[in-house]
Design a protein around this ligand. Structure first.
Ligand code: QVQ
Ligand code: ZN
Length: 329
C-alpha cells in the first residue's frame, strides 16, 4: 500500500495515472510556508483554523444555523460539475447536470434523509457563509484562527478574502475536476475527502470548456473514465492526491486543477473553504519568463476578447483555428 492508503482506504479507486502524495506538514514547518509562497499544494496540520467548528454536525447546525435559505445542488449521479447559469442563454442545448434549489436547513436535512434512504439522488449543500446565520454559528465562525490565515494572506500578498463556502456533501459526492481563479484554503470539518490536484501545466491534458461555456473552468475529461480518443493528452496526466481528515487544511493554489471526493462513511462530510482574490498580475511589474498561471490568465483574456469582439460564440472556434492552423501548427 502506498503511504497514502490506510486500511480504511482499501476501496480507493485506482486511477490509470500517477498520483504522488501532497506533502502533509505542520503549519509551523518552514517548508510548509515555502510551498505556499511558491504556490504549491500542501496539507497543513495543527492550524486550528476551524477547530471551533469541529463539533459541527447536522443536528447542531439544524438547531443553530437559523432559518435562512441554503443553496442545495441535486444530482442524478455522484458528480457535481459546477456551471454558470448566466452563460446558459448562449448555449441553447446545454442541459444543467444538477438541479439547484434553495431551502432552509431543516428542509435540507429531511431531503438528505430521504435521499440516503432511496439512494436515487445525491445532494450537495454549498452556501456562502454569513448571510444572517444563527449567532451560535457566528460565534464559532468568529473563533476560527483568523490570526493565522490573515498572516498567510499578508505573507503571500494575496488580495482580500472573497468568501467562505459551507460545503455539506453526501458520501460519494465528487466535485468534478476544475480550477478556480482564487487562492484557496479548504478546511475539513467532518468526514474525509480525497482530493486530486493537477498543476496548471496540465492545462493541455484537461481540455477545459470554452470560456463562454456554462462549464467555464471545468475540465471536459472524466477522470474515472478517460476518453483517449476525444482527449488523447489526458493519457499523460500526472497528479497529486491528499486525503483530508477533520482539522486538516489543504492549500489549493490558484489555477491548480482539483477534484474532490467525499469518501464513504456514515453521514455527511463538512468542509469550509477560504477563497482569496489574487492581485491582478498586470498591476505588478512583470518578470520573464511568465509563470504558467500568468499565461492562463492571458489565454482567458484573449478568449474573452475574441468572444466579445465576434459577438457569436459559434464563430470563436473557427476564428482561432484560422489564426493558428497551418501558421503556428
Ligand atoms: C468540495 C473549492 C470544494 C468542494 C466543492 C467546491 C469546492 C471547491 O467538493 O469539497 O473550494 O475550490 O472546488
Ligand atoms: Zn474549486
Amino acid at each position: 500500500m502506498s503511504t497514502m492508503e490506510t486500511s480504511k482506504d482499501d476501496a480507493l479507486y485506482e486511477y490509470p495515472f500517477e498520483l504522488t502524495d501532497v506533502p502533509r506538514l505542520s503549519f509551523d514547518d518552514p517548508q510548509a510556508n515555502r510551498l505556499i509562497a511558491n504556490q504549491k499544494p500542501v496539507v497543513l496540520t495543527g492550524t486550528n483554523l476551524v477547530n471551533s467548528a469541529l463539533h459541527w454536525d447536522l443536528n447542531y447546525l439544524k438547531d443553530n444555523i437559523g432559518n435562512s435559505l441554503f443553496t442545495v445542488y441535486q444530482s442524478k449521479n455522484r458528480y457535481f460539475r459546477y456551471y454558470e447559469p448566466r452563460k446558459i442563454p448562449q448555449h441553447k442545448d446545454f442541459k444543467p447536470p444538477t438541479l439547484q434549489a434553495e431551502m432552509n436547513f431543516s428542509e435540507f436535512v429531511d431531503k438528505l434523509k430521504e435521499c440516503q434512504k432511496t439512494g436515487i439522488h445525491k445532494l450537495y449543500l454549498q452556501q456562502l457563509l454569513f448571510q444572517n446565520i444563527g449567532e451560535r454559528i457566528i460565534k464559532d465562525f468568529i473563533s476560527f484562527n483568523w490570526d493565522w490565515i490573515n498572516q498567510q494572506k499578508n505573507l503571500n500578498r494575496w488580495g482580500p478574502l472573497s468568501s467562505n463556502l459551507l460545503l455539506i456533501a453526501m458520501a460519494g459526492n465528487i466535485t468534478s475536476v476544475h480550477y478556480d481563479e482564487q487562492q484557496n484554503f479548504l478546511a475539513q470539518v467532518r468526514g474525509r475527502k480525497r482530493c486530486l490536484l493537477f498543476s496548471p501545466e496540465q492545462f493541455e491534458c484537461l481540455y477545459p470548456y470554452p470560456i463562454h461555456h456554462p462549464h467555464d473552468r471545468q475540465s471536459q475529461v472524466n477522470l474515472e473514465n478517460l476518453n483517449l480518443k476525444k482527449f488523447p493528452k489526458s493519457a499523460d496526466l500526472e497528479g497529486m492526491q491528499a486525503i483530508l481528515e477533520p482539522g486538516d487544511v489543504l492549500y489549493i493554489p490558484v489555477y491548480w486543477w482539483h477534484q474532490i471526493e467525499s469518501l464513504p462513511q456514515n453521514g455527511v462530510t463538512i468542509s469550509i473553504n477560504f477563497w482569496y482574490k489574487v492581485r491582478n498580475f498586470l498591476e505588478e511589474s512583470i518578470t520573464y519568463p511568465l509563470t504558467t498561471s500568468q499565461k492562463i490568465a492571458i489565454m482567458r483574456n484573449i478568449e474573452k476578447m475574441i468572444t466579445d469582439a465576434l459577438g457569436n460564440v459559434d464563430e470563436v472556434g473557427p476564428f482561432m483555428q484560422s489564426m493558428v492552423l497551418g501558421r503556428y501548427t
